[in-house]
Design a binder for this molecule. Structure first.
Ligand code: A5P
Length: 219
């Protein structure tokens, strides 16, 4: 199988577990990662990795999320990998999202919405976003206090709205109308399966249409 590897602390568990199964000889996969960090972890774990020259679609991808609502709409990009994550998710037959129950929300927006923007003129992109949407747009900083540079050489703006995200279904297109906005951390229609892991070790799986807001406690 071809496997897309997500980014973040949850995806790292999945990559490590896949590596154990590859090394024990039971699993033969070719993987492509959504970040340099995941790529390095995959290689260290013994997973064979490929480039886009060899892979065009993924049988399955595994990733985390920052928030997911009852309609399986997600905010992603807390790990700054949203551009690659969306490209991989859109090329996946089966995008599996793994979360703990704290990520499941009635409404999206408590977590800031990450946007990938061009470094050129990011300041004016930020100003236009704040004026057009009435939100606060903060450039994400690296440890040196300079704007973070993603694996693709881009910057990240974190948008905080006053309350829930306004009309998530149309928001991505409206945000992308601002020059300099390259990708939006709103993932809609891109989760085919949701795996919820609970504190007691139990795991429950959901598909779109399931009521995850009231059915998240395992029985
Ligand atoms: C990475 O850019 C993100 O989309 C992550 O998938 C998301 O931030 C969840 O990360 P954790 O699994 O670390 O919570």
């Amino acid at each position: 199988m071809t496997v897309g590897l997500g980014t973040g602390s949850t995806a790292a568990y999945a990559i490590t577990a896949l590596g154990e199964r590859v090394r024990s000889g039971g699993l033969r996969i070719t993987a492509l990662s959504t970040s340099q960090a995941s790529e390095e972890l995959a290689r260290r774990s013994g997973i064979r990795t490929a480039s886009w020259d060899a892979v065009r679609r993924f049988d399955i991808s595994i990733d985390g999320a920052d928030e997911i609502d009852g309609r399986f709409r997600m905010i992603k990009g807390g790990g700054a990998a949203l551009l690659r994550e969306k490209i991989v998710a859109a090329a996946s037959v089966d995008e599996v999202i793994v979360v703990d129950p704290s990520k499941i929300k009635g409404e999206l927006g408590a977590h800031p919405l990450p946007l990938v923007v061009a470094p050129f003129g990011w300041q004016v992109t930020r100003d236009r976003l704040e004026q057009a949407f009435g939100c606060a747009a903060a450039v994400r900083a690296a440890v040196n206090n300079q704007p973070l540079v993603t694996d693709d050489g881009l910057h990240v703006l974190d948008l905080q709205f006053d309350g829930a995200l306004p009309d998530p279904d149309t928001l991505e297109a409206r945000l992308k109308a601002i020059p300099g906005v390259l990708e939006v951390g709103l993932f809609i229609g891109l989760c085919q399966r949701l795996v919820v892991g609970y504190d007691d070790g139990r795991v429950k799986e959901f598909v779109p249409g399931d009521d995850i807001l009231t059915a998240t406690v395992p029985s």
